[in-house]
Design a protein around this ligand. Structure first.
Ligand code: FE2
Ligand code: FE2
Length: 347
């Protein structure tokens, strides 16, 4: 069955945040970018797919069962396709989704009943990509200020060299800080790094007053560098994706490797390199969270605490934005092993 596909008007569609406000048993239509596409098999060997679709309002994880319809609407056509034998790459594609909302084991489940492959000439990825809610110019200015605050000249020169001489900056300023969970959007890595640096610096100043010796230069440099491994761990395609290096080596080890290379090239003092390297490898705070060592210096305690708070708050906010207005608590979130609460209204 071949048909004509006319350009869709966005107003007929719900964005992903709006879909998440719908009650169970609702149907919906949306458009977005495929950020995850996994083919699986059920117990009876029938294929099904787990697909994540993203737009500027959020992400939605859906299941596509065997009976669902797949269509190709490129070039003004509209005809059914077999996703296994159509030669189309769905990851990074713009798609139109028809779906419904069901409940499975007391959790909301989104079923995608029809997936239409859209023409990216008409529906370019930039229609659906998310950006940091903080303006790029503000983040960039804060970043430059933070570097300028590093009073130890060799360390300041080193941080400048990493970002500007070795060419990290062009990627760093637009990179996401994650694929899902937190700061998973354009500019997310810069926003997160700047936020961690400011939070950690302010905490360090507080503890200086309370007579704990903390090296603020190391705190700022460590915060700005702590997640540089994400430049190799993720690709932007245009939705954020984990690279093979990201899966096989992970951003902490990747970041430490990059840091050591730069430290050698720039001749960074070995004691400073040890202290900074320790901040990078310990910043997740626990071995089960991916850090090979636990923080053992005041600077590492502070950066890892600031990292955790920044991640948690950004994740909480994205969950609250997506939460149905008649509930105050999310479903159980396996990624962080808890449900999240809106808290009491400050008013
Ligand atoms: Fe990290
Ligand atoms: Fe981080």
């Amino acid at each position: 069955m071949k048909g004509k596909f006319s350009l869709l008007t966005m107003k007929n569609f719900l964005n992903i945040r709006e879909i998440k406000q719908l009650p169970k048993n609702s149907e919906f239509e949306t458009m977005g970018l495929v950020s995850k596409f996994i083919r699986r098999k059920d117990r009876n060997d029938n294929p099904f797919w787990e697909i994540t679709v993203s737009d500027s309002s959020g992400d939605i994880d859906g299941k596509v069962w065997q009976a669902s319809g797949w269509r190709n609407t490129q070039g003004g056509d509209d005809f059914p396709i077999d996703p296994d034998n159509c030669g189309l790459k769905f990851e990074g594609a713009s798609v139109k989704i028809h779906g419904n909302i069901a409940e499975f084991r007391e959790q909301v489940q989104y079923n995608f009943t029809e997936i239409s492959y859209l023409d990216q000439n008409d529906y370019p990825p930039k229609m659906f990509t998310r950006h940091s809610p903080v303006k790029a110019e503000i983040l960039e200015e804060l970043f430059m200020h933070l570097i300028a605050e590093i009073s130890h000249e060799p360390l300041r020169n080193f941080v400048e060299a990493v970002f500007f001489k070795h060419g990290l900056w062009e990627k760093f300023k637009i990179w996401p800080a994650a694929v899902t969970l937190h700061h998973a959007y354009t500019g997310g890595l810069l926003e997160h790094s700047v936020s961690v640096a400011i939070g950690a610096r302010d905490m360090a100043e507080h503890y200086e007053t309370f007579t704990i010796p903390v090296n603020i230069d190391l705190i700022i440099a460590g915060s700005l560098l702590h997640d540089i491994g994400k430049l190799e761990a993720y690709s932007v395609n245009p939705a954020p994706q984990v690279t093979i290096s990201g899966s096989a080596i992970e951003h902490i080890a990747l970041g430490y490797g990059m840091f050591r290379r730069f430290a050698e090239i720039e001749g960074l003092d070995e004691d400073i390199a040890k202290a900074l390297g320790h901040i990078i490898v310990s910043h997740h705070g626990k071995r089960e969270y991916g850090s090979p060592v636990l923080p053992i210096t005041p600077e590492a305690f502070i950066v890892s605490a600031a990292d955790n708070v920044d991640f948690s708050l950004n994740y909480w906010k994205s969950q609250m934005d997506a939460l149905n207005s008649d509930t105050d608590v999310t479903d159980y979130l396996p990624a962080i092993d808890r449900r999240l609460w809106r808290g009491i209204n400050p008013a």
